[in-house]
Design a protein around this ligand. Structure first.
Ligand code: SF4
Length: 375
């Protein structure tokens, strides 16, 4: 699920049929790491050394891995840490505390990640697919269609890059630690379930097997692929689930989120509620505020009623997402007074509600626009 944006005329050329991304250390579980060591003709501890550099030191440069034998350093590191992300462009906003990076993958696909530093945390928003097949009409990424699923390592490498930028003090505020990951870049994470859950496992595993992040600080979003939401609840990793609802009624949601014709509002909200029940994690309902489309006061009441029908035990909160103002577009930002009334009505019905800050709106902060501009 990406942040919503104005619909841009996109020409993304799908670079299909060029094979899989190179296999990377972050793709491997413990057994596969052993096999990789054997393939390299090296003892298992060499792989562990590389894992320590990558996950704990956030180091990808073989020259800096001085505990590896000089003669075989490049060969070992090259085999385990192939370059996956080629940086095309970095754009900064909010005084440098928002950094949006456009990446070219091995096959030419373009994806992006956004690092956002706040006083109390640093969050990276990652992509999980190149393009997206969900075809939400208000989303630039959705207009280009799906190019391909990203690999676990392609997802993790975005996080490692953000963590390294924080550790090296590249973001104003001095050296710091990446604390949060949100899957709200390009793509529908639940449509690339295996790679996404693999990436989540690497994120929460303690170093040197992973990045040692807290599951509570990882948010996986979805437009509502119900079977996968149910599966996620059984993984035993209590990540935060964000359901991109955008409308409380099937008639409008069928238009805004076409997958709704397969999984209705009632089905996706029930799956979200089940997730909260099983994991004891409060679910976030994402709702992009679109002027005169889904921001009417009566829809706020309807949204509250839908959510409250599952009880008011604090299982849910609503996160309203302001669209970028796009004069003349059908998809534009709500009027401030309509937004205020929407919030007021939800809160009056006992629904905790926040309005997302609009980080990076001066750098085409809404997902999909950077890739579109360079395609
Ligand atoms: S088209 Fe895909 S990336 Fe865009 S809003 Fe829909 S699910 Fe998210």
């Amino acid at each position: 699920m990406t942040e919503p944006t104005r619909a841009l005329p996109l020409v993304l050329t799908p670079p299909k049929g060029r094979g899989k991304p190179p296999r990377h250390l972050a793709d491997l579980d413990a057994t596969e790491r052993k096999a990789a060591a054997a393939d390299l003709g090296e003892p298992v501890f060499r792989v562990k050394q590389v894992a320590h550099h990558y996950f704990a030191r956030l180091e990808r440069d073989p020259a800096q891995m001085t505990d590896l034998p000089a003669a075989s350093r490049d060969r070992i590191a090259g085999a385990l840490l192939p370059d996956l992300l080629d940086q095309v462009r970095v754009m900064e906003a909010d005084g440098g505390t928002t950094r949006k990076t456009l990446w070219r993958l091995f096959d030419g696909s373009l994806v992006e990640s956004v690092l956002m530093r706040y006083p109390d945390r640093a969050t990276i928003c990652v992509s999980s697919q190149a393009g997206c097949g969900m075809a939400c009409p208000f989303c630039a990424t959705g207009q280009g269609g799906l190019q391909r699923n990203m690999s676990t390592a392609e997802i993790i490498d975005q996080v490692v890059d953000g963590a390294a930028a924080m550790a090296k003090g590249l973001v104003p505020g001095g050296p710091g630690r990446l604390s949060n990951v949100v899957f709200m870049g390009m793509g529908e994470p639940m449509a690339n379930y295996k790679a996404v859950i693999g990436a989540v496992r690497r994120m929460v595993a303690p170093a040197p097997d992973g990045l040692g992040l807290s599951a509570r600080n990882i948010t996986v979003s979805t437009v509502g692929l119900v079977p996968r939401m149910k599966q996620l609840a059984t993984e035993g990793i209590p990540v935060t689930l964000a359901l991109s609802l955008h409308a409380p009624d099937d008639e409008l949601r069928n238009e805004l989120v076409p997958i709704n014709t397969r999984f209705s509002v009632a089905e996706v909200v029930e799956a979200a509620w089940e997730y909260a029940k099983v994991t004891k994690r409060r679910v976030s309902i994402e709702y992009a505020m679109m002027r005169d489309i889904n921001d009417q006061a009566w829809r706020a009441d309807m949204l509250a009623d839908v959510l409250n029908s599952y009880g008011d035990w604090g299982w849910v909160h609503v996160n309203l997402i302001p669209l970028n103002p796009t004069p003349g577009s059908k998809w534009t930002a709500s009027r401030p007074e309509d937004e205020r009334e929407f919030v007021r009505r939800l809160v009056a019905r006992g629904i905790p509600t926040t309005v997302r800050d609009t980080r990076g709106s001066d750098i085409d902060g809404a997902c999909g626009q950077l890739a579109a501009a360079d395609a």
